[in-house]
Design a protein around this ligand. Structure first.
Ligand SMILES: [Zn+2]
Length: 647
């Protein structure tokens, strides 16, 4: 059985976790849960980095002993991770005896082989980074990451590690194992850095009490980075449990922020080489999170508490946002508006709505019990097979966002499949009973598969979806449960919405609504598409500029219902690619609401809102009709995504 040992960075405990900290833990959790789903023996390590001068200072400010302060903060961190449903197997604190043993062990090994020597360090130290800085690292005399802090000039007798000696061996390792540093931009940075030559580094601080004393010099403590990096090995027995160490070391993946790639891909592997220990298989430096395009910072007021974000819709929607919206490895942005928008689009309108629709059709047409009928399964089987294969490839390659997208391809295809097969039409003719049974079973089966794939990303919601489509969510195994099944009986449960739609606060604000001269005529929607009269170039012709003022776009129907007391109007909720909005369309005499869901239509995107039967319509649906005839929706010969411009 293969094994997978994944770690995240351990966190300084001088402040609560913010969304950026949480991002890393969520992604690591998704990877760990994916590995477990794939049947790999997995160990997922997280922890806290406590021997920092900033932690020490913060404790003194709070009137606590450093350890008592760290005990308190451990509870704060654990509560955050629990709110986000992070499934770590082990949580290490650098003040634990097992970690001290690991740091002592590696220090002893390095000292014994002459890899550590005495010297005097004189130079800059940034307390914000807890790192020694060279003159060239400073901008206007300050650390660029901590421009408000005065760097310290320190001169002390320190112990040095012969890092410079490892330049060639590191370069050889990078060349032999291109997968060691990912993603590519991080690898290139580190290659350039190491090719430029390495300096020996100080690994101790003199005259400090808060830290791990070095075994060969009780008056010095290990430099906080030298101390912290060892956690990955001390958590699996370095210095305490040889058998555990043998079982789990080397780590399969260190997941860290891109700013600390150098520590993990230069200093840490050199320490391991010097201690004659195997190197981790991979170090992945993920990107940074911004909020509304700005760096997360207390002074900018852009710090987001992940627990608060999880409280809005639950942990799963937040996890989905972080994984699906941010290409893994790149930087990503969070905003409350965008979060609400994606929640409505992916969950309320798409996945949640699909689960409800299939359950209610199963109830209406088959008393809630679905079985395959023997009719040929529809094309969903192929879509699902492709999606499962692509999901596996993406997740193995740590393209988490593509894994999420693959799962949602099944969801989208199922919505389209329902629109195409039109179970409500099949239900009208008993001759179609088998086709109807099979179409409903296929839809439920596709939902089951999507939920299996989404389990690492949305563990609680996926279990709930599996329950609603009548299967167990326990002990899932991708090899077995990621296969299309055309057998068995499913009892579907009709229950309330999984994710109620979040109404935007701006939609109901009528005071800012521009006045509209006339409502578009209900049964001739196309006729109202002409822009307001402007200076025409000649006669009754308009210029291309006039035409381009009308923004025609592709949209997808997410929900449709009749407008009460109106024969002609349907209220549609559509995905325009950039938002979801309500459009009232005069097509009720020609289209059943259910038949429209999932359909791609063309809309006037920039039409001023107008009220029809008390409902604000934000745009207009395009349809053709002959005078007095029924409207026929404009459709496209090939698939186009919502938001595509029509011209
Ligand atoms: Zn700094």
């Amino acid at each position: 059985m293969s094994r997978f040992f994944i770690t995240t960075a351990i966190d300084y405990v001088n402040s609560r976790p913010h969304l950026g900290t949480a991002y890393e833990k969520v992604c690591a959790d998704v990877i760990a849960r994916y590995k477990r789903l794939a049947g790999v023996e997995t160990r997922f390590l997280m922890g806290n980095d406590e021997h920092s001068q900033n932690v020490y200072k913060k404790a003194i400010e709070e009137g606590l002993s450093p350890l008592a302060y760290c005990d308190q903060m451990e509870q704060v961190f654990r509560a955050s991770w629990s709110a986000l449903n992070i499934s770590f197997d082990d949580f290490i604190r650098t003040t634990e005896p097992r970690h001290r043993a690991g740091v002592s062990e590696i220090s002893r090994r390095l000292f014994a082989t002459g890899e550590i020597y005495d010297g005097v360090y004189e130079g800059w130290y940034c307390v914000g980074c807890e790192a020694f800085k060279q003159e060239k690292d400073l901008v206007n005399g300050r650390c660029p990451l901590h421009p408000t802090l005065e760097p310290q000039w320190i001169k002390e007798r320190n112990h040095f590690f012969r890092l410079s000696k490892y330049q060639d061996r590191l370069l050889q390792h990078y060349a032999a194992h291109p997968e060691f540093i990912e993603p590519e931009p991080r690898r290139n940075e580190i290659l350039r850095l190491v090719e430029g030559g390495l300096d020996d580094i100080s690994i101790s601080r003199a005259g400090q009490s808060w830290g791990i004393p070095l075994p060969f010099d009780a008056d010095s403590v290990a430099y906080v980075w030298f101390d912290a990096l060892v956690n990955y090995a001390s958590a699996v027995g370095l210095g305490t449990d040889e058998r555990l160490l043998e079982h789990w070391w080397p780590a399969s993946l260190h997941l860290i922020g891109k700013d600390i790639t150098r520590f993990h891909t230069v200093i840490w592997p050199a320490m391991l080489l010097a201690a004659n220990l195997p190197l981790p298989k991979k170090v992945f430096g993920h990107g940074f999170m911004t909020v509304n395009g700005q760096r997360m910072s207390k002074s900018l007021g852009t710090v987001i508490d992940p627990v608060e974000a999880a409280r809005r819709f639950g942990a799963d929607p937040l996890r989905l946002y972080l994984v699906k919206e941010i290409p893994f490895g790149g930087d990503g942005d969070f905003s409350w508006d965008r979060y609400d928008e994606r929640y409505n689009a992916d969950l309320a309108n798409n996945l949640g709505n699909l689960v409800s629709r299939v359950a209610s059709m199963a109830e209406r047409y088959r008393q809630g019990v679905l079985r395959p009928s023997g009719a040929a399964p529809g094309r969903l089987t192929h879509v699902a097979e492709e999606a499962v294969a692509s999901y596996r490839g993406s997740m193995e390659a740590l393209a988490l966002h593509e894994g999420a997208a693959a799962a949602f391809r099944i969801v989208d295809a199922t919505n389209e499949f329902i629109a195409e097969t039109a179970p409500w039409t099949l239900a009208k003719d008993p001759a179609n009973a088998d086709r109807l049974s099979q179409a409903l079973f296929d839809s439920a089966e596709a939902i089951r598969l999507a939920a299996v794939l989404l389990t690492p990303i949305m563990p609680a919601a996926s279990a709930e979806i599996l329950r609603r489509v009548g299967v167990s969510g326990a002990n899932l195994h991708l090899d077995r449960d990621g296969q299309w099944r055309n057998h068995g009986e499913r009892r579907l449960a009709v229950e309330g919405p999984l994710w109620p739609r979040k109404e935007s606060s701006t939609v109901s604000d009528e005071s800012v609504r521009p006045a509209v001269p006339a409502a578009p005529p209900a049964h001739h929607p196309a006729a109202a598409a002409a822009p307001p009269p402007t200076a025409a170039p000649a006669g009754d012709k308009i210029s291309i500029d006039d035409f381009m003022k009308v923004e025609l776009r592709v949209a997808r129907v997410l929900a449709a219902e009749r407008v009460p007391k109106s024969k002609k109007l349907l209220k549609l909720s559509v995905d325009t690619g950039v938002d979801q909005r309500t459009i009232v369309a005069g097509i009720a005499e020609a289209y059943e609401p259910e038949a429209l869901i999932g359909r791609t239509i063309a809309i006037v995107f920039n039409l001023a809102p107008a009220k029809l039967m008390g409902i604000e319509s934000q745009g207009m649906v395009l349809a053709g009709s002959v005078d007095g005839g029924k409207p026929v929706l404009v459709s496209f010969e090939e698939a186009l995504p919502p938001g595509a411009r029509v011209r």
